[in-house]
Ligand binder design. Structure first.
Ligand code: AKG
Length: 268
């Protein structure tokens, strides 16, 4: 069996708990290149936007860069990575199509997200089934202090909750969530603390959130979101195709070319 593939026990764990952490799934050298490119990438910075996603005590903005198309850049290359996509195929029991990638630019003193399900966003106009999954690749250490992602263990089995507008985000119905959390004691809140190179997979119905970054260091990560090939979007213009899967050498080759471009821009 290929080293990056999941064992039956890991698949069972994901089905039961709605998330799975793979330690050191991506080599340190590959993460260093990803982080170096992202930090210097003017194009990424230009498309970055802020959202007041956490309206708790601090009400801080969260910054991110999101794209739905794949190009000749390192983030897209990671979306093609066999090491990321093949475990996903095991989890979604089908080939997978790219949905979007998002670089979370979570610097100190920026905000987090309230509890939500990604399928809470995609349900209305995007996909008929909740058969979606995201893989979060940690680029910086993710700790409680710098607002790591947290999940409600097993919440993927609750089905989709109603979501409502809250500021400029959609959040899972807080009253329903409170009832569920009082009733289901095993719906445990898990802080997903990660080292660079760790990968967190979480299902489209897994409730997740993050707190503001109150630390002195950033928490950047690359989130690659996919849907199962059978989950055809409502919009016929949005036909999706199974991602072509690349070996690590090709991912690195595209990454190095992207670095050369970014470096050349810096010199100008
Ligand atoms: O990384 C974060 O802080 C939150 C990301 C998130 O909730 C999402 O991508 O749906």
């Amino acid at each position: 069996m290929k080293a990056h593939l999941l064992t039956p026990e890991q698949i069972r764990q994901f089905d039961k708990e709605g998330y799975l952490i793979l330690k050191n799934h991506v080599d340190r050298e590959e993460i260093d290149l990803l982080l170096r490119v992202a930090r210097a990438d003017q194009k990424l910075a230009e498309i970055a936007y802020s959202r007041q996603n956490y309206e708790g005590e601090k009400g801080l903005d969260t910054r991110m860069s999101l794209r739905t198309d794949l190009g000749e850049d390192i983030y897209s290359a990671w979306a093609h990575s066999r090491r990321i996509a093949e475990p996903l195929e095991q989890l979604l029991r089908d080939e997978v199509c790219h949905f979007y990638y998002k670089v979370m630019l979570k610097d100190p003193n920026t905000g987090g997200w309230e509890w939500h399900q990604d399928y809470g966003y995609a349900y209305g106009q995007t996909f008929p089934y909740p058969d979606m999954c995201s893989s979060l690749i940690a680029m910086d250490p993710a700790t409680r202090e710098n607002g790591c992602l947290k999940v409600l263990k097993g919440s993927n089995r609750l089905g989709r909750l109603d979501h409502r507008k809250f500021g400029n985000q959609l959040i899972a119905d807080p009253e329903r969530l409170q009832v569920l959390r009082q009733h289901l004691k095993d719906l445990e809140e898990v802080y997903c603390e990660l080292d660079p190179g760790d990968v967190l997979y979480f299902h489209g119905n897994t409730l997740h959130a993050s707190e503001p970054n109150t630390g002195s260091y950033s928490r950047w990560c690359l989130i690659l979101s996919y849907t199962a090939a059978h989950n055809m979007p409502f919009d016929p213009q949005k036909t999706m195709y199974a991602v072509e899967k690349w070996d690590v050498d090709k991912v690195q080759e595209v990454g190095r070319r992207h670095w050369e471009e970014v470096e050349a821009q810096q010199v100008k």
